[in-house]
Design a protein around this ligand. Sequence first.
Ligand code: SAM
Length: 281
Amino acid sequence: MSLWFTETENSNLALQYNVNKVLAHKQTKYQELIVVDTDRFGRTLILDGAVQTTVADEYVYHEMIAHVPLFTHPNPEKVLIIGGGDGGTVRETLKHKSVKEVHLVEIDPDVVAVAKEYLPEISCGLSDPRVIIQHTDGIKYVADHEDEYDVIIIDSSDPVGPAVGLFREEFYADVNRALKDDGILVAQTESPWLNVDIMMPEIYQGIKASFPITRMYLCYIPTYPCGMWSFTLGSKKYDPLEVDPSQIIDLGYRYYTPELHHASFALPQFIKELIGEADKK
Ligand code: SAM
């Protein structure tokens, strides 16, 4: 007998995984949480029916969401991560010697608990003494902080449930205030192939409304629907395109490279048009 998990994107598209074993399945206060073991991608964290991370390809997302902003900032010391309860972004952030404190604000304590139990390769940084974990709403947390962080990383789930507000223009304005005057925001900004009509232009323009330097970049993740995934970086001072590749030291990557730091900002024409940057070189 075979067991399949189906991630349904919309009424026309779904992705299926052959499951060896269901390791955890519970309804938390915020979402349905599942951990399964799959043949091709190993242990996989699923929230409300959407794959969040798999042991086989998690490095792509976590390296790209962490190292691009952390190498754009010349001296990141204090980093805030909103969401990210699996710990992958924390693990990558801690590789930077300049980082003295990482504050992880993950609304759902069950995500952290399950990641610690079933995804040790991903969650291994969560017990590092530089990491402070708080289980509260990232939207409220950011509104209560000012002029504090060098880098803020929005490692959120899709814009449903508690994550909806993490994609709004007002939230990005609060993130701007919580950053120091040379601070950098990076957010995962979804697929350029799905929900594009409203979501992607709105999110990008929402960040652009608060940050003088706003740039989208891409990576390729097999277990995210349609593969191509976007991040948007908003910066008060430093331009990620001006980073000298020779300053990008090897911290042990499997996806990120000095060349890719720049190359990931080269956008296909359809995406430039989608986000209103068709004239931008
Ligand atoms: N890499 C993932 C992706 O794009 O699918 C995201 C990983 S991480 C598991 C996303 C986390 O964001 C979830 O654990 C969820 O509980 C958390 N989250 C959602 N809304 C939040 C909010 N308002 N404040 C803090 N954390 C939130």
